[in-house]
Design a binder for this molecule. Structure first.
Ligand code: AMP
Ligand code: MG
Length: 410
């Protein structure tokens, strides 16, 4: 039986990519409104102070703080109300000693004011007089000019994946366009004589192609542009042709299936025929996903994922996802969200192999518990019916019911 030589742990397999591939980033200026999940191509500096004017954090009255010193329930400070500062309007009221003006949350302060008294700490006496029953310090209940961001301050580094709050932060400063790196293009060649497009009814012995679509979706999620190349049969020339055209259009090439070592598996030979240096890793010490391939062709990363849809997704997460980020100019991809949970059943493994097991989460007396979804590993619904994955580390022989585990959420 043919064997894998040089089986590498997944982290080492990714290091092979890192060592052989450079981020060839290409910046483009795009609308900030469309920039969610994109990677900044350069450091962004603030063009302005934020806020641009002192803003009240409370509804109440803007005052000169010293006019309130000593005020209390028993000895309130009486103040003359000389107007208000309307929201969205320029300030047109100035305070002299003993005067105050209405202020609103997020609105400006009257000229000469340096603090805001909360409305809860005042009593209306008549149309033009209030009692202030609590003193305020200068600056109290006020956000100062530049307190959020100062002009010219770096607000986002290069290589940063833009999140919703970053989009908001840029918009707050009027930065309506942002310089980001072009999204890496990922060509996907799905191989196998047994595959038909999902819109067709499979004939005897055939199945619908899942991987083109799971892999395309994962590419999109990682910030890349999927470029599916269609189905290729288990024939060397047909696969090679699809690969040559795919790699010409893309930054990364991904094969699905045919990555093992039987006579029906030929993606390794196809990758080897495409150029130099060719196949660099064949075999990774994980389950599922052992028959995986990492190659490089003229500086472009090429992956051979196993056909088993679960294996393909697991290996994608470990190798292809970080490669997409690497090529986007972000060497450390955002960590997937995790939750701690208690394992409800044992998971068997072997030392020297990293296992990835789908789990279903549920709550028991308020605590999260993780139930492994076993089943033949090539069943896509083991993933559909689960909430996340648990990893049994390389050096562990298994995990036990009752262990606290970290569940990586999808
Ligand atoms: P292979 O990697 O070619 O040995 O395929 C392993 C298993 O995955 C086989 O049962 C294939 O039929 C199945 N498979 C291969 N490609 C796909 C695909 N695109 N969608 C769903 N299942 C697939
Ligand atoms: Mg096959």
């Amino acid at each position: 039986m043919p064997e894998f030589f040089n089986v590498l742990p997944p982290a080492d397999a990714f290091e092979v990519v890192r060592a052989n591939v450079a981020a060839r980033t290409e910046p483009e200026l795009i609308a900030t409104a469309d920039a969610l999940n994109r990677v900044t191509a350069s450091e962004v500096l603030s063009p302005e102070f934020l806020p641009a004017f002192p803003r009240s954090t409370m509804d109440g009255y803007s005052v000169r703080a010293r006019d309130t010193f000593g005020a209390s329930e028993g000895m309130p400070a009486y103040m003359e109300v000389v107007g208000k500062v309307a929201m969205g309007r320029a300030v047109d009221v100035n305070l002299a000693t003993g005067q105050t003006a209405e202020a609103y949350t997020g609105g400006g302060l009257a000229g000469g004011a340096d603090a805001v008294v909360m409305v809860e700490h005042t009593q209306v006496v008549n149309d033009t007089t209030i009692e202030v029953v609590r003193s305020v310090a200068p600056g109290e209940n006020v956000v100062q000019v530049g307190e959020d961001v100062r002009e010219s301050e770096p607000i986002l580094p290069a290589g940063h994946v833009l999140r919703p709050q970053d989009i908001g932060g840029l918009m707050a400063l009027g930065v309506t366009e942002v310089n980001v790196n072009r999204r890496p293009r990922v060509a996907i060649v799905s191989t196998g004589d047994e595959l038909v497009p999902p819109s067709e009814k499979p004939g005897a012995g055939s199945i619908r192609d899942i991987n083109t679509f799971t892999i395309s979706s994962l590419v999109t999620q990682a910030g890349g542009v999927p470029m599916p190349q269609g189905l290729a049969p288990d024939e060397f020339e047909a696969q090679r042709e699809a690969a040559v055209s795919g790699i010409a259009q893309a930054d990364i090439l991904v094969f699905s299936a045919g990555s093992s070592v039987s006579s029906r598996d030929m993606t390794a030979d196809v990758i080897g025929s495409l150029g130099e240096p060719g196949v660099l890793v064949h075999g990774i010490s994980i389950r599922p996903g052992k028959p995986s391939i990492v190659g490089v062709i003229d500086g472009k990363p090429v992956f051979g994922l196993p056909g088993n849809p679960v294996s393909a997704m697991v290996v994608f997460g470990l190798l292809v996802r970080p490669t997409i980020y690497l090529l986007s100019g972000c060497p450390e991809p955002p960590e997937p969200a995790t939750v701690p949970a208690r394992l409800v059943r044992d998971i068997a493994s072997q030392t020297g192999r990293e296992d990835h097991v789908p789990v279903k989460l549920s709550r028991q007396d308020g605590a999260l518990q993780a139930d492994p979804v076993f089943g033949k590993s090539n069943l896509i619904y083991t993933l559909v019916r689960s909430d996340g994955m648990v990893t049994v580390p390389l050096d562990a022989g298994g995990l036990y019911a009752g262990d606290e585990v970290s569940v990586r959420l999808y």
